[in-house]
Write a protein that binds this ligand. Structure first.
Ligand code: ADP
Length: 160
């Protein structure tokens, strides 16, 4: 049974993240989407809210679980028995960071692989920061996030 983790901030989950989960779930037996509790980043949504949205939007995937962790990604991967870490690669701009992370994680644990997956081209410009900024100014986010996330963003920023 090949298990992988897909770690991230998911503040909030977007259609780009879901595209990556879909691709990973076609390749591996089990995917654990895991919310990193990162105290150095100020998040819009609490970890609980992010978990709730992820659980809702990923509920139809039979082989996907959602959890959270704090600490090192490789440690969490090992703890849950994962063979690898899934990350999304949108553009050249992601490459350097992901490359550094992958090599550092390999140094920390040579048995945990990093698997970089490319989303559909339509998601390559999408990230959670852009979505939060768009929603802050009451923009239409419906094309980029699932309906439950749109609802939550509208509640946060007080618009309909
Ligand atoms: P982080 O803050 O760790 O980058 P994110 O939640 O922003 O966490 O992203 C988690 C992972 O998903 C990262 O590997 C990121 O590159 C990837 N990702 C985010 N948005 C997209 C997207 N639109 N298409 C493909 N991958 C994405």
């Amino acid at each position: 049974m090949k298990k992988v983790i897909y770690p991230g901030t998911f503040d909030p989950v977007t259609n780009g993240h879901i595209d990556i989960v879909q691709r990973a779930s076609d390749l591996f037996d089990q995917i654990i989407v895991t919310v990193a509790k990162n105290p150095t980043k100020t998040a819009l949504f609490s970890v609980e809210e992010r978990l709730e949205m992820l659980k809702e939007v990923l509920k139809d995937f039979q082989n996907v679980l959602v959890d959270s962790f704090d600490g090192l990604v490789v440690e969490h991967a090992k703890q849950v028995g994962a063979v690898g870490i899934i990350r999304g690669l949108r553009a050249v701009s992601d490459f350097e960071y992901e490359f550094q992370m992958a090599l550092m994680n390999r140094k920390l644990d040579s048995e945990i692989a990093t698997i970089l997956l490319m989303p559909h081209a339509r998601y390559t410009y999408l990230n959670s920061t852009i979505i939060r900024n768009l929603a802050q100014f009451h923009g239409n986010v419906s094309e980029f996030v699932p309906p439950i996330v749109e609802k939550k963003l509208k509640e946060k920023f007080g618009y309909k």
